[in-house]
Design a protein. Structure first.
Length: 258
């Protein structure tokens, strides 16, 4: 009886060790498979982090649009000279935030649609209609992985208007927007200084300063600061300034003096 119990115990122990060995071998093979390169024709999923700062706000002199120029690709700076304000027509501007390719392509499509609308109706398209066209496009592609957070700013026969349109088809109208990873810093500057009755010079300086502070604190923003002014006669490219030059000269000296 004792002998049979000893045999059963040995058999049980051997089975446990065998199962443990098989499990260890299986886990080792699984870890080895993870290290294997992707097979031919397989497209790896890449989810690179992006960053930017764009802003626009209305005041009694029109609309100020200001952006940075850095394009981020994960932890790397892909470019420092990206044009993030797209000129749709003589009175309309669009901004880029999100995927650069998505924004550039679909705002080019919007440019074509606005021109076709003008040819059909013999008058310039309104800001509301232009933003609605872009919103309809992004809504129809909302499940296709687009990454867009754009602002449409312009002046039509009813005055200056500002809209936000994103890749889910959302469309909002407001007097002040900031979009991108540095927008929280830009909002802090804008909220403390924006006023409907401010002069054009003060509005330009506010937009420039808001982008500067965002680029100083947000790693995904930087490069050059571009400022546009939308007015009754169209839009004007106000300035194109290096963030580093502003930091070590204009704004850096002001901070040191304080």
């Amino acid at each position: 009886m004792v002998y049979s119990e000893m045999l059963d115990q040995l058999e049980t122990n051997f089975r446990i060790e065998e199962d443990a060995g098989e499990n260890a071998f299986t886990e080792e093979m699984d870890s080895f498979k993870l290290k294997m390169p992707p097979s031919v024709g397989m497209v790896p999923k890449i989810n690179l982090k992006k960053g930017t700062t764009t802003l626009a706000f209305r005041f009694n002199g029109g609309i100020i649009v200001a952006v940075d120029s850095r394009a981020s690709s994960g932890q790397y700076i892909a470019s420092s000279t990206v044009t993030k304000i797209l000129e749709i027509n003589e009175s309309l501007l669009g901004t880029m935030a999100g995927g650069a390719a998505d924004c550039q392509y679909w705002e080019r499509v919007l440019t074509q649609e606005c021109r076709l609308w003008e040819l059909r109706n013999k008058e310039r398209i309104s800001v509301a209609a232009a933003s609605k066209i872009l919103s309809n496009i992004t809504y129809s592609y909302r499940s296709h992985g687009l990454s867009m957070g754009t602002m449409i700013a312009g002046w039509d026969k009813t005055g200056p208007h500002l809209y936000y349109v994103d890749s889910e088809g959302q469309r909002l109208k407001h007097d002040l927007f900031s979009v991108g990873s540095g927008s929280i810093y830009a909002y802090g500057v804008l909220d403390s200084g924006v006023s409907w009755d401010m002069s054009i010079e003060d509005a330009i300086e506010l937009g420039r300063r808001a982008i500067y502070h965002a680029t100083h604190r947000d790693a995904g923003s930087g490069g050059w600061i571009n400022v546009y002014h939308v007015h009754e006669k169209g839009w004007t490219n106000i300035s194109h300034e290096d963030c580093s030059e502003l930091h070590y000269n204009k704004y850096g000296k002001r901070a040191a003096a304080n």
